[in-house]
Design a binder for this molecule. Structure first.
Ligand code: HEC
Length: 276
């Protein structure tokens, strides 16, 4: 009886896996671009994270929040490497709600380094109303929560492709003129065709990037491709701000285990030396 139960559950599980895989088939596999932080020795590129921050600030933050990130994180080691002074100035360009004050009223003030990246909208309903019914998700963990490709082995080797997913969505819009009349006929009001989007081909986000939308302080040309790379790298960092520390620690652990293995081997040889 128990065996039957287990088998039923296993079968249901398998079925679910197949359905999920089936659902993802309509979504195009993300473009496999490479980043400096990939692989066991990869590092975030500080200049790229600073550019990515600029794209987030000047473009994305007008719709998306990052509630798991505080401004002060921007000056922590392993990140974009802004100074504390710079972070103060960057934070002050955002407005947050605070209160209640002595009269019981909520009020707005410039953000402090200890504040989280706020949403530009007071609540979800307001955000949906402003975006034709679609909700701009919080971007703090987006590169961890959306895979760019599927397959357990594939993901083990190549990662889940979260940053590539974001890059692909940003660069993957197909303008209406290039759609076939049949596809165009299905276009819902206020949606845009994007085959990389995880939830069907029609996305409620208007194409957010266009060439030269921001001016990078380091003189890098602000093409759509460049901005998409930089902001997706920045969002990879926000999703795992301690990645560099983790890799460093992992490396130390491996060295330690290597030395330990060598010592154990030598000790074993010595102890068993007289046994014939
Ligand atoms: C005009 C408002 C607006 C701007 C600006 C904007 N977005 Fe969006 N974004 C949205 C909305 C609305 C959605 C939800 C779309 C949907 O569900 O159909 C969305 C969805 C997304 C998604 C897909 C999330 C998912 O569910 O898979 C990503 C990734 C994303 N945005 C990243 C960005 C980035 C990065 C920027 C800055 C370069 C940006 N967005 C700028 C409104 C915006």
């Amino acid at each position: 009886m128990n065996l039957l139960k287990t088998l039923t559950i296993a079968a249901a599980g398998l079925l679910l896996t197949f359905t999920a895989a089936g659902a993802s088939e309509i979504q195009k596999t993300a473009k496999d671009i490479s980043y400096s932080f990939e692989g066991p020795f990869g590092h975030f590129d500080k200049a790229q994270l600073q550019r990515g921050y600029k794209v987030y600030k000047e473009v994305c933050s007008s719709c998306h929040a990052m509630h798991l990130m505080s401004f002060r994180n921007l000056s922590q080691p392993g990140g974009p490497g802004f100074t504390d002074e710079q972070v103060k100035a960057l934070a002050a360009t955002f407005t947050v709600q605070d209160g209640p004050n002595g009269e019981g009223e909520m009020f707005e003030r410039p953000a402090l380094p200890s504040d989280r990246f706020p949403s530009p909208f007071p609540n979800e309903q307001a955000a949906r109303t402003a975006n034709g019914g679609a909700y701009p998700p919080d971007l703090s963990l987006i590169t961890k929560s959306r895979p760019g490709w599927y397959g357990t082995i594939n993901q083990l080797i190549n990662g889940i492709g979260g940053p590539q997913y974001v890059y692909s969505v940003l660069t993957g819009y197909v303008p209406d003129e290039q759609l076939t009349p049949e596809v165009l006929a299905e276009k819902p009001e206020g949606k845009y065709y994007n085959p990389y989007f995880s939830n069907g081909h029609w996305i409620g986000m208007p194409p957010p990037l266009s060439d030269d939308q921001v001016t990078f302080d380091d003189g890098t040309p602000a093409t759509v491709d460049q901005m998409a790379r930089d902001v997706s790298a920045f969002l990879a960092w926000t999703a795992e701000p301690k990645m560099e520390e983790r890799k460093r620690l992992g490396f130390m652990v491996l060295i330690y285990l290597g030395i330990l293995a060598l010592l154990l081997y030598l000790v074993k040889k010595k102890i068993w030396a007289d046994v014939h």
